[in-house]
Design a protein around this ligand. Sequence first.
Ligand code: FAQ
Length: 332
Amino acid sequence: MYAQMVKSEGSKPREEMSPEELAFQDRVDNGEKIEPKDWMPEGYRKTLVRQIGQHAHSEIVGQLPEGNWITRAPTLERKAILLAKVQDEAGHGLYLYSAAETLGVSRDELLDKLHSGQMKYSSIFNYPTLNWADIGAVGWLVDGAAIMNQVPLQRTSYGPYSRAMIRICKEESFHQRQGYSIMMKMAQGTPEQKAMAQDALNRFWYPSLMMFGPSDKDSVHSAQSMAWKIKINTNDELRQKFVDQTVPQAEYLGLTIPDENLKWNEEKQGYDFSQPDWTEFFEVLKGNGPCNQERMEARVKAWEDGAWFRDGLTAYSEKAAKRRAAGAVAAE
Ligand code: FAQ
């Protein structure tokens, strides 16, 4: 299993830290924000590039399943709302790529790593959106899970990431509401529409639980990331919060969470629930999900089709640089 292939990275004990690392850890422990020009351990920088880069890629690849339904939205109003949401995701990707750039990695490098399979994006976007109810389920559950994960990240220790998350969270709340509004309409519609809403919930429930990452015992990065306050909560803590928040919302819709083991646990003041199929999760991460190939092909094609535009953007600056080097610009 994946977790056995990788050594779990615990956080470094204080007695093994260099004076710089100790001073850095103290700043983090005191709740100070780390800014781009501050000294930081190389592992901190690398972890941030991985997490922020993966997050940025998720926003961009995440446009595909919903973008698929813009032309088929049932009303003009729904179309305008969905269009705005999908555009927001592009904006989120840009804030996050910009945050990553402050760590010394360019957007082109990150995209190259995505396209060559060296970087990941969220597993959830490898599942198809088969009908309009799926757009409701994505907004309700996928954006709901995204918010649950991202609200604490507003307090993450790296300044540019934290500031990007504050802005993103404002927009994610609207995204979740628009999804819930679609589900409400479907659940209160004809029996066929209600059945579509239930079917979408059935298919998106477990993939949404997977968004929080592997269980804590199998999470490679959590211990160190939490010591550095890159992550604020463990994967299991956030998954539990998501279930506790979402079950009453499903009840309000009159829909059933597809889990026979779902039960309120008085002692822990939260629900007991079934874990997703972790074998399926790790297969999706390896590229074997239902839509992995299609998603990557779409992103690589978009990158290649956009080459002429990127060339156009830089053509003048290259020309100007050459003229400047030749002294022509100064003379004008
Ligand atoms: N998918 O040690 P951990 C959105 C990987 S929201 C794919 O626990 P970590 C909004 C992980 O990278 C979605 N890979 O890792 C939207 C690592 O592999 P690596 C994006 C996953 O980083 C909505 C390995 O498993 N949100 O896009 C996943 O401490 C609708 C071991 O895992 C974020 O990225 C997964 N689900 O915790 C857009 C939030 N889970 O890299 C459009 C920020 C784990 O060593 C439409 N990220 N892996 O090869 C995080 O909070 C963390 O990175 C976690 C994972 C919690 C996702």
